[in-house]
Design a protein around this ligand. Structure first.
Ligand SMILES: Cc1cc2nc3c(=O)[nH]c(=O)nc-3n(C[C@H](O)[C@H](O)[C@H](O)COP(=O)(O)OP(=O)(O)OC[C@H]3O[C@@H](n4cnc5c(N)ncnc54)[C@H](O)[C@@H]3O)c2cc1C
Length: 412
């Protein structure tokens, strides 16, 4: 099942490791130090009623920037990056252990995650030395937060259809167009932008990648308000935005390689396999606080039992996949399998919670900003996003069908 063809463009250093055993003495010791660090450093009262959650969006961003700085000082930011670029040079197994421990205690997610998990590894592979020197240290420290300017109103699953234009005028690049669903654009300092630089070529051959400061003249941001109140993503408009030649990543019209590197790492980085164990434990704990005996009676009990097994299986499958990736140095179709399975499982667990925990919708706050308290309505609405972000479930099914099951390729 795991011997599959690699996706082109994966940065191989991300997957170099000699240790493929999650239970080895080295892994256990690493897990111990991560667990201890979180126990000591999580904000006071984290995930209990005693925790003082940020009260608005600005406070949330400040809280997350502070958290990023603590991760950096402790050497946990850029875990996978080579030591030469300021990272920890951690093995793939260690990276997975870190995510497992982070999700076990529902620690805050890095605000600089697009930088540390996607832009950094991409720049190490495709960036110039000047770009690496200028941008990498500030990604790690959290001084500069990045956002990802890929999706457009008519280019999401079909990313190569993107239409934002970059034109070379008098030695600089002039950008016009629109991006959408740009996570944390309002909190970001820089954007990794994909723009069309050749309208005559085949769609994926006419794209170039750029670094765009978010305070550029002509760039405007309109935050989108979601049903749960969150305004985490935005529309971003470019009206004659100018960037210099040095802002281009790689060669002109070679942006598709940058996109592939970024997207293949994204699917692994955003895996929620370990989060499922925590979710299902929270579900059982909350039901136990009420009428556990009637909860486990009949169809609901069967469903919860199934979800417990599925959550455990998701974690084990992800571990197995990581071990396989560590051996093969490639990202394969397994990233689509775990992404598809865990994002859909998350929806089943949160739906069960919403329908079975008495009074859940009334008692739990739906603070859109990330706080250290459990909110099932928020988990439920977040779950809805997870089958869309980083490639929809349908797209993951297409990938599995074509690359793993070798079914005939879908025709437009
Ligand atoms: C939480 C979240 C965060 C995001 N953050 C970012 C970000 O920071 N930067 C960024 O650039 N983008 C971001 N996105 C956008 C995301 O990448 C897109 O939403 C996603 O790729 C789907 O594109 P779309 O929304 O245009 O839907 P479409 O591509 O229009 O798809 C609409 C529907 O058609 C289905 N469909 C489309 N093509 C096929 C096909 N070939 N076969 C079968 N079904 C198909 C889809 O599965 C979907 O159900 C984010 C999205 C979410 C939900």
């Amino acid at each position: 099942m795991f011997s599959v063809q690699a996706e082109a463009g994966t940065p191989s250093h991300m997957f170099e490791t000699s240790d493929t055993d999650f239970e080895s003495a080295t892994s256990r010791s690493f897990r111990g130090s991560v667990r201890e660090w979180f126990a000591v450093n999580l904000p006071a009262g984290w995930m209990t009623a005693a925790h003082q959650s940020p009260t608005d969006e600005a406070a949330e961003i400040e809280f997350l920037r502070n958290w990023q700085s603590r991760l950096h000082q402790a050497g946990w930011a850029g875990l996978a990056w080579p030591k030469d670029y300021g990272g920890r040079g951690a093995s793939l197994i260690e990276q997975a252990i870190f995510i497992e421990e982070r999700d076990r205690c529902k620690a805050p997610i890095e605000i600089a995650i697009i930088g540390t998990q996607m832009v950094g590894p991409m720049l190490i592979k495709h960036g110039s030395e000047a770009q690496k020197t200028r941008y990498l240290p500030r990604i790690l420290s959290g001084e500069e937060v990045w956002c990802q300017g890929f999706s457009e109103p008519n280019a999401g699953s079909d990313l190569a259809a993107l239409n934002t234009r970059a034109k070379e005028v008098d030695g600089v690049w002039q950008i016009n167009g629109q991006k959408v669903w740009t996570s944390r654009a309002h909190a970001a300092d820089l954007m990794l932008l994909l723009a069309r630089t050749d309208t005559e070529a085949q769609p994926h051959r006419g794209i170039t990648a750029f670094i765009v400061p978010m305070n550029s003249n002509g760039l405007s941001i309109r935050q989108l308000k979601q049903a749960n109140g969150s305004r985490e993503f935005s529309e971003v408009f470019f009206d004659n935005v100018i960037v210099p030649q040095e802002a281009m990543i790689g060669a002109t019209h070679a942006g598709w390689k940058v996109a592939i590197t970024t997207l293949s790492v994204e699917r692994v980085a955003t895996s929620r396999a370990f989060e499922m164990r925590r979710l299902v434990c929270d579900l059982v704990r909350n039901l136990r606080e009420h009428d556990w005996d009637s909860a486990i009676d009949g169809a609901l009990g069967d469903e919860i039992l199934k979800q417990i097994f599925e959550a455990h299986a998701a974690g084990l499958t992800f571990q197995r996949y990581i071990a396989e990736m560590a051996n093969s140095n490639t990202v394969g179709v397994e990233s689509s399998i775990t992404k598809l399975f865990t994002s859909e499982l998350g929806q089943r667990i949160t739906s069960t919670a919403m329908s079975s925990i008495p009074g859940v919708a009334l008692k739990h706050r739906v603070a859109p900003w990330q706080g250290g308290e459990l909110s099932w309505p928020l988990e439920f609405t977040n779950g809805l996003k997870n089958t869309i972000a980083a490639g929809t479930s349908q797209i993951q099914r297409n990938i599995i069908a074509e690359r793993l099951l070798q079914l005939p390729r879908q025709r437009a």
